[in-house]
Design a protein around this ligand. Sequence first.
Ligand code: IMP
Ligand code: MG
Length: 183
Amino acid sequence: MQTEKQVIIDGLTFVPYLTREEIATQVKRVGKEIAKDYEGKAPIFLCVLTGAFVFASDLIRSTGINDAKITFIRYKSYEGTSSTGSVKQIIGLTDDIKGRDVIIIEDIVDTGLTACRMIEDLKKQNPASVKFATLLFKPESSQTGFVPDYIAFKIPPKFIIGYGLDLDGKARNIPDIYVIKED
Ligand code: IMP
Ligand code: MG
């Protein structure tokens, strides 16, 4: 399938980076890994809004775990194209996770601050286990040493949009992933 050569949002130019086919292949791989690791279990998937909703929708269906539950939580740390360094919880968890196997689903791990803060918050509720699945991981941006348990793609520390990822709320509905163009 032909992807658009470039997209311009808020005056910034983005070029194609990962196609929907490449994304689908890696999402299915991660889904199979999770299915194998959680055989006989009924995990709770915890989708981190807003960015992870597209990935979560494909990932949970690719696991084929019919006993799983899905729930949502919302954190915010980014403004424009960089992290503000402070992580805010905007929508809290409504389900009881005590004694449950939780799999957090995130769109991207950049500094790792959101991930660490979330895991710390969740562990206070005594889940049986907490694992972390991310679509994208920028290892070179880490400020925490955090490494996700399931990773679809490791990428360099560049700003990405599409497939759920946004620039100030825009571009989440683009089916492919684009990277910011550097001059
Ligand atoms: P962290 O706390 O720095 O790891 O950042 C996590 C959050 O920042 C992610 O859940 C995203 O919402 C946002 N973010 C980080 N990098 C990007 C990017 O390249 N594009 C869009 N959002 C990003
Ligand atoms: Mg996010």
